[in-house]
Design a protein around this ligand. Structure first.
Ligand code: AMP
Length: 942
């Protein structure tokens, strides 16, 4: 009887047991051959007293043993290679007393594949040999009775692939063996999870070197990243994992499985390994959130990553400021207070327009130009051009960012400004066509410019012979859109250009239209004409030939003269954009004039602060004006007193219509008018120091000569601008010059009424009170030139006379010209050639300039351009030019005779040259005939 010390029956995980004799309940009852005297089933008890079945044979004394023992049919169960583990004891032949050469120490192991699980008889020769098994080194001691036996464990393997199962057979050839246990198993690669893919339990391959390729399947809540694969090796080991899976969004890998993110967390990107906390302004309410939802009022744009905080549309842009320049406007604003947590802010401009005074606003037409663009603006500035002149526009700047789409509340994100465009010159005439062409003429017709920018007052046609270019041209003006040009030379190519004029000035000329006159004779009218012409053409031929040369010379001369005249008259007209002053009284409707040139201001934008003066029509106040989208500025507010006649209203507003046409640093600037509610007001820039005469009287002796000349220069510059615009002021006097805090002097008082109304200061007096009364109104005698007093000849030259008086007022710190002399005496004295003497400490050359302004012959007076040049030279060389003073008389009560009725300058040319720093040219200029200061005034730079 054997007692086996068995180990617990725990199989390695990668082995699937098909048969284990130790676990078979009851007897094995394997087929033995011979049935008697060969293998014999013997039950023994293992160490735990569990019965086990063994087969034993021990015919060592008999020769030619062949004892077969065959197992029952063993199902293969999909295995391709099976392993047979045999535990056995084998008696050492030497240890057996009396044993002959018949004793063996091995046995053979066979197999036979079969689908039949109950084969009764299998021929021994049908079995295939697996191996001859001998006892090896490893053994376990077995206690059999009082002797130690060696327990061998041998494992053999064989490929079984052809049938559903197999039988094993043990052949004993004469050994003393006890088969303690037989276990048959096959190897598997056990179910495993690798890279989040599950690989099932897999049978190993048929060969010892074979690798079985297995495809894994992704674990729950995961998806394939790359096809997961592994190989099952012959010994049941998984080899070479490839690919794998990743957890679905909202899940993260924990212990080889995908687990849902907890509330308040999310996993939105597959490259993130773990769940992360919801970004700011977002939340997740359920487990397994891929994306956290934005809190109310916060949004994500389509391109925003889920890891980004939720954001908001921006608030409205701030501080929208507009700067109108004729028909374009520059809009500038600041970034919104709240950017909503984003940096992708951009702006767009919406625009509406409407005629002045109308409620309805229409979207702007396509032809408005936005620079750099209308929408998608990154900068906070846009220039809108090609607007219609004198039209009301509302511009709305809308701020957007990546989450504005669909979430914008609209008004909340925008800021608007309403403004009115200014006057602008018309756009060029583009389409000119020639109609009838004759030998001496052509009729032209054209379309109105695309952008008339106002009422077209007239067209100007310029034409010249192509060969002569523009050196000799002629101008024709017409109010209609056609012109019959006559007086052309036959068979000559002419170029024609047309431009339009509105109240804002001339537009640009069209491109030149080239057209030749005909060679055909004039069409004949009736026979008489025919014969007359024939006669003329024959008999006159010779005369024509003879006289043509003379006519040519005369006409060329006349052409040159008229050319020169035209040049001076047309000079400024030919410069597109140079404006010509438009008399508001030429408008049928005075309100149209005022709105043509002045901006209507909403009275609620004006804050009146205090009364600063009394004007012709009512109080003048100072205050503040804050136009929508503009910085607050200080303004002067002239109001029209309550009870006014229609005429007074027109006269009052005419000043605004005039002032509104000017734009110059030395002309008082009009901000706008209030006409739609009462009181009617004119708003101008505020001049802190008030009128110049009072200002100088208040600061008597406080300024340097240079400062005083600086003031005079400013006034001259303003006057030059006015005379360039063909505006004659008629009332230039220190009381009508305003001074600001920087001592900048600006010409003001454009009220035509002044010369028609009674003057409180007695500046404008009448014959009744001993002064001169002109037929058209009252004249400020002391400031007015003799020809203007005598026959109302008001010209830029009469303004020059007044400017001379202003110079005198300035240099004498606001002294009254001609002191207490009566107007009559003033007129008389002037007529007799007397002029005001130099004020105290007045440099000689300044007094000389005054005297030049007071030339009796108006054409001898300097123009404002010349006055300005002169003053500039004085300012540039103050030490040489302003040093000598002429007025050292403390009581300047006497007028100076300056050469009798015909003015002779008291200043020599030498003085002048010295004064303007050109003394070294004295001899050269004297030789050339420049001997008087007058002649020097005609000197050009050349
Ligand atoms: P006027 O009706 O223009 O003669 O104005 C009457 C007075 O108001 C002037 O003499 C000035 O003292 C004062 N005034 C008029 N306009 C302004 C202004 N823009 N700034 C400051 N003071 C002004």
């Amino acid at each position: 009887m054997f007692t086996v010390i068995s180990t617990a029956r725990v199989y390695p995980p990668n082995e699937e047991t098909l048969l284990d004799t130790r676990t078979v309940p009851g007897e094995l009852k394997w087929a033995a051959s011979p049935t008697e005297g060969g293998w014999e089933e013997v039950s023994i008890m293992d160490e735990k007293n569990v019965p086990i079945r063994t087969y034993q044979v021990c015919n060592v004394m008999e020769p030619s043993q062949s004892n077969w023992l065959r197992t029952d049919w063993i199902p293969r169960s999909g295995a391709q290679r099976i392993y047979v583990e045999i535990k056995f004891t084998l008696r050492d032949c030497n240890s057996l007393p009396g044993v002959t050469g018949t004793c063996k120490e091995t046995f053979n192991l066979y197999y036979y594949e079969s689908n039949n699980d109950r084969e009764h008889y299998i021929r021994e020769s049908n079995f295939l040999k697996i191996d001859t098994v001998a006892a090896d080194e490893s053994f376990t001691q077995v206690d059999i009775g009082d002797r130690i036996m060696k327990l061998n464990t041998e494992v053999r393997d064989v490929k079984v692939t052809t049938r559903k199962g197999f039988y094993l057979a043990f052949q004993d050839v004469g050994a003393c063996i006890a088969l303690v246990s037989v276990r048959v198993f096959y190897k598997t690669c056990p179910l495993t999870v690798r890279n989040l893919a599950t690989f099932p339990d897999t049978n190993t391959g048929a060969d010892t070197s074979s690798l079985v390729e297995v495809r894994g399947s992704c674990v729950n809540q995961s998806e394939e990243r790359e096809e997961p694969k592994m190989y099952c090796g012959a010994d049941g080991e998984w080899l070479v994992p490839i690919g794998g899976c990743v957890c679905n969004l909202g899940y993260e890998e924990r212990s080889g499985v995908c687990q849902a993110c907890t509330v308040g967390f999310n996993r939105a990107v597959s490259t993130d390994r773990a769940c992360s906390k919801c970004p700011p302004h977002s939340h997740s309410e359920k487990e397994g959130a891929a994306v956290c939802d934005c809190n109310p009022g916060y949004y994500r744009s389509e391109s925003d990553p889920a890891s980004m905080p939720c954001t908001q549309p921006p608030s409205a842009p701030q501080q929208l400021i507009s700067e109108v320049n004729e028909t374009s406007v520059v809009l500038e604003w600041s970034a919104p207070l709240r950017l909503g947590g984003r940096s992708d802010i951009s702006y767009s401009v919406d625009s509406l327009k409407g005629p002045l005074g109308a409620q309805l606003c229409l979207p702007c037409s396509q032809d408005v130009l936005f620079s750099p663009q209308q929408s998608g603006l990154r900068a906070t500035r846009v220039c809108v051009s090609e607007l219609q002149a004198h039209t009301r526009y509302t511009f709305t700047i809308l701020a957007r960012n990546g989450v504005s789409q669909g979430h914008s509340a609209g008004a909340g994100q925008s800021v608007s400004v309403t403004l009115t465009t200014n006057q602008a010159a018309p756009s060029p005439v583009t389409s000119i066509q020639a109609g009838d062409v004759t030998r001496h003429g052509v009729s032209l017709a054209w379309q109105q410019p695309d952008r008339p920018n106002g009422v077209i007052l007239e067209y100007e046609v310029k034409y010249y012979e192509k060969d002569q270019k523009e050196s000799s041209y002629r101008i024709m003006k017409t109010a209609s859109r056609s012109a019959d040009i006559t007086g052309l030379s036959p068979l000559t190519v002419y170029l024609y250009q047309v431009r339009a004029r509105t109240a804002a000035g001339y537009g640009e000329f069209s491109g030149p239209l080239e057209f030749s006159t005909n060679s055909d004779p004039l069409p004949l009218i009736g026979d008489a004409a025919s014969s007359t012409l024939l006669l003329l053409s024959i008999s006159g031929g010779v005369i024509l030939l003879l006289t043509s040369t003379a006519v040519f010379i005369i006409s060329r001369r006349r052409g040159k003269y008229s050319q020169a005249k035209q040049d001076s008259e047309e000079e400024k007209h030919l410069n597109p954009g140079v404006r010509i002053y438009v008399d508001p009284f030429t408008y049928e409707d005075p309100d149209q004039a005022v709105h043509e040139f002045a901006k209507e201001i909403d009275a609620t934008y004006i804050h009146i602060e205090k009364v600063i003066g009394i004007g012709e029509f009512g109080e003048v106040c100072s205050g503040r004006l804050r136009l929508q989208g503009k910085r607050e500025i200080y303004v002067a507010i002239k109001s029209l007193k309550a009870a006014y006649s229609n005429k007074q209203r027109q006269d009052f507003l005419s000043e605004a219509s005039i002032m509104g046409q000017f734009d110059h640093p030395n002309i008082i600037r009009l901000e706008g008018v209030v006409t739609r509610c009462k009181p009617v007001m004119i708003i101008t820039e505020y001049m802190e120091n008030g009128s110049l005469d009072a200002f100088l009287r208040k600061h008597d002796g406080h300024f340097t000569v240079i400062q005083l000349v600086g003031m005079l220069r400013g006034i001259a510059s303003g006057m030059k601008y006015l005379s360039d615009m063909s505006y004659v002021h008629r009332d230039l006097a220190a009381r009508n010059i305003l001074v600001n805090s920087n001592l900048v002097c600006k010409v003001s008082d454009f009220g035509l009424s002044r010369v028609l109304q009674e003057d409180p200061e007695n500046a404008y007096t009448t014959r009744v009170t001993g002064t001169y009364h002109s037929p058209g109104g009252k004249i400020p005698i002391r400031w007015t030139s003799p020809e203007a007093i005598a026959y109302r000849k008001f010209t830029p030259s009469s303004d020059t006379w007044s400017y001379g008086v202003v110079m005198w007022e300035v240099m004498s710190y606001g002294e009254r010209p001609y002191w207490d002399m009566s107007n009559q005496d003033v007129i008389k004295a002037i007529d007799e050639g007397y002029r005001l003497p130099p004020p105290m400490d007045c440099p000689v050359c300044l007094h000389q300039l005054m005297l030049d302004c007071w030339q009796t012959e108006r054409t001898h007076r300097p123009s404002f351009t010349q006055i300005l040049n002169m003053l500039d030279k004085l300012i540039r060389n103050p030490t040489t030019t302003l040093r000598r003073t002429g007025g050292d008389r403390p009581v300047p009560s006497l007028l100076e005779p300056v050469g009798g009725p015909e003015f002779v300058s008291v200043w020599s040319a030498e003085d002048c040259l010295q004064a303007i720093g050109m003394g070294m040219y004295r001899d050269t200029l004297t030789t050339a005939g420049y001997t008087s200061p007058d002649s020097l005034l005609t000197l050009t730079h050349q």
